[in-house]
Design a protein. Structure first.
Length: 561
């Protein structure tokens, strides 16, 4: 594959140490001296930065709803640690091989098991954790829970977003189909949570993670984001494209297993995250950017995403009577922020869909859309390319201020979420913009060490004085709820919903949990009962029959020899 320049094999601890130095230079004049003010008027139901973080959370929510075993999707509930976990995953892989043969023969469409390639007649990676999905389970209108690693993640996307969705579809690679093929299926469900005046469309799209570009190490499939149409009072509409971030059980183990370039294993999302080698344009990076060098893991993922994402987008003109959107917004948190950057670059600087949305692969019906004025808003996003790439995309294509420094981990010219320039730029139909929103203490978003540069004007959610930006890195600063809480505290706006995601201790929704019996049949039954009770108590739609069927399947796999 040629010689790849590395992003730098930095642990969080090393990143934290590098984050203690400082001094700043910029390539463009800063507008940060503009005084903070009350938010300008916008077409959004509440502050557009928080709104887009909530869209990023909805991407996580939809992914979580697609999990077949949300009570233990990553096999963490094992009584004898990693040994029992490995045995359980080996049995799931054996089952997936047999189930795949049946599915490829029947070609069941959307209502099938997804994830490992062998389930659908695709190239299979036996070193990946076998995370199992059914996309027909997604329900964007309602809240959801999953058990990631001994605590519940509760997704509470505000109704200001979800109630306006009247139609949900999924774009995916059909069973047995070649790479690049795409199909669409409609979710045949409606709820009382839907507004009677709902006009929006949500189209979720499948992609793949877990491919660093090494031979014989293919990716595994999952839902990676969605497209949302947001109708406005003036009769127009905007397009929002949201990418999800990584999801796993133990983050420490996932990072350790995924770290090796030639022999990565474990969680597919983390393998993509740590595909840190960079590609030049001649080595295949031109798919994302003909300028500079780009992160190999994210680039490989973008190859899998673009066919289904474009298949989704190509349906919008028909759904909207041929009317083009006023604005196109792209967002995501963490890995989702990385994919958002690469998507925008693929359109504006890539050699297949670009440059400037003129490439041969861009559907004809989308060519008149306002791609040159695209708006990019990332949250807690990592670096995805070298300085040449990042500066070109930020300055030349997105007309935004670019931050770089030989020493400082923080941007001295950053603005905060209350700054008056943010909303006017996001509402300007005639200009693009890129904002990178983060907590300055987030070690994932550090500017230091080998690894390239960030895309977008820096927006700190925490105060920018030295007391708040200095000190040791804090991993919790990376989380969606932390970023959101900081924004709410600064904005002090009652229109903003108070919560969109929260983490709940295991006993919060499973009060009979017994840590000493973790992984036993009895404890697994408690987890299943707690999951069902969550929806029943809140009178939320939930497919109990299918859940029971899948729980029984899990137990049958567990009992396999």
């Amino acid at each position: 594959m040629g010689k790849h320049k590395q992003f730098g094999k930095l642990t969080l601890a090393a990143i934290g140490c590098l984050a203690l130095v400082g001094c700043v230079t910029t390539f463009m004049p800063s507008n940060s001296k503009i005084a903070d003010s009350e938010p300008a008027k916008s077409s959004f139901p509440y502050n557009p930065l928080v709104y887009h973080l909530d869209l990023a959370i909805l991407a996580y929510q939809i992914y979580g709803q697609s999990l077949v075993w949300p009570f233990d999707p990553y096999y963490e509930e094992r009584s004898n640690g990693d040994n029992d976990r490995r045995k359980m995953m080996a049995k799931v892989k054996t089952w997936a091989g047999k189930q795949g043969v049946a599915q490829v023969a029947k070609k069941p469409g959307l209502n099938s098991y997804r994830g490992p390639g062998q389930l659908n007649g695709f190239a299979n990676n036996g070193s990946h954790d076998p995370i199992i999905y059914n996309y027909n389970l997604i329900d964007p209108w309602n809240q959801a829970i999953t058990n990631a690693d001994g605590k519940w993640i509760e997704y509470l996307t505000p109704r200001q977003i979800t109630a306006n969705i009247k139609d949900t579809r999924v774009c995916y690679r059909p069973v047995g189909a070649p790479i690049g093929a795409a199909a669409t299926a409609k979710i045949k469900r409606q709820h009382s949570n839907m507004s009677p005046n709902a006009k929006g469309y949500l189209l979720a799209f499948e992609g793949a993670t877990g491919d660093k570009g090494e031979k014989a190490q293919p990716a595994s499939q999952s839902l990676v984001g969605f497209i949302l149409t947001r109708e406005k009072a003036d009769g127009g509409y905007d397009i929002h494209i949201s990418f999800r971030g990584s999801r796993s059980g133990s983050g420490g183990r996932a990072a350790f297993e995924a770290f090796n370039t030639s022999n990565a294993r474990g969680n597919p999302d983390w393998i993509t995250d740590l595909g840190y080698n960079r590609l030049t344009a001649s080595e295949g990076g031109a798919y994302v950017s003909s300028v500079g060098e780009v992160h190999r893991g994210f680039t490989k993922s973008m190859h899998s995403i673009m066919p289904t994402l474009m298949h989704c987008l190509a349906q919008v003109p028909g759904l909207k009577g041929g009317v083009k959107p006023d604005n196109i917004y792209v967002t995501g948190h963490s890995l989702g922020g990385a994919l958002a950057q690469h998507f925008v670059s693929t359109i504006l600087v890539g050699n297949q869909y670009g440059p400037d949305a003129t490439g041969a692969k861009l559907p004809t019906a989308l060519r008149a859309w306002p791609w040159k004025n695209i708006k990019l808003i990332t949250f807690s996003a990592p670096r995805v390319g070298n300085e040449t790439f990042a500066k070109h995309l930020t300055v030349d294509k997105l007309q935004s201020e670019f931050f770089t420094s030989p020493f400082s981990p923080t941007d001295q010219n950053a603005i905060t979420v209350t700054n008056q320039q943010i909303i006017p730029r996001l509402m300007d139909k005639n200009r693009p913009v890129a904002f990178r929103v983060l907590n300055s203490k987030d070690p994932i978003t550090t500017e230091k060490g080998a690894g390239g540069k960030h895309v977008g004007k820096t927006v700190y959610v925490n105060p920018t004085d030295s007391w708040h930006t200095g000190g040791l890195p804090d991993v919790s600063a990376h989380e969606q709820n932390t970023v959101r809480d900081f924004m709410l505290g600064s904005l002090n706006d009652n229109k903003i919903p108070k919560v969109a995601i929260r983490y709940v201790p295991m006993k919060g929704y499973n009060p009979e949990f017994d840590e000493t019996q973790k992984g036993s049949v009895a404890e697994m039954q408690k987890l299943a009962a707690a999951t069902k009770a969550y929806y029943r108590i809140r009178k939320i739609w939930f497919d109990d029959a299918l859940f029971d069927k899948n729980f029984k399947l899990r137990q049958e796999i567990r009992n396999m020899p």
